[in-house]
Design a protein around this ligand. Structure first.
Ligand code: ZN
Ligand code: ZN
Length: 149
């Protein structure tokens, strides 16, 4: 069962035990992802990381995000637009609401997804390892703006 990766220390251990070096840059990127608790795209991660390591390049950020993804440290989401958002894998599976007006992302827990997983997995002979539910709509402030216009 996928329990997710809870702590920064655990992420570093995963890196270390996969034979990847825990470089300063990798540690910094993981640190930012862990601290923010948000869904950051590569550009935003790059912007924040550069404040602490001005010589970091965007391609390094991309490369490391792919590595983190491969090692199961982060989840990659495709919410909207051209780019992906990344977040640290949390212990509890959660789902996302996306506001089409302002791009806000809200997380919610979907207790049904566990039942779905089992039922649908059984029906199709799949071992389901993850469920992604993405709901789109307008958040309350975007809805209020619409009314005001
Ligand atoms: Zn909104
Ligand atoms: Zn999330």
């Amino acid at each position: 069962m996928d329990e997710g990766i809870k702590t920064k220390k655990a992420s570093r251990e995963v890196l270390g035990s996969s034979g990847q070096r825990v470089t300063g840059q990798r540690a910094l990127l993981l640190d930012i992802l862990h601290r923010s608790g948000e869904h950051l795209d590569a550009d935003e991660l790059y912007r924040r990381a550069r404040r602490r390591q001005p010589r970091l390049s965007l391609s390094t950020v991309y490369r490391n995000l792919q590595l983190f993804k491969k090692l199961g440290l982060v989840n990659e989401h495709h919410f909207a637009g051209e780019h992906h958002h990344y977040e640290v894998k949390s212990a509890v599976e959660h789902q996302h609401l996306l506001c089409l007006g302002c791009g806000k992302i809200v997380e919610f827990y979907c207790p049904m997804s566990r039942q779905f997983k089992e039922k649908i997995g059984r029906e199709h002979g799949f071992k389901i390892t993850g469920v992604e539910v993405r709901m789109v709509g307008l958040c309350s402030s975007c809805r209020n703006q619409k009314v005001a216009k």
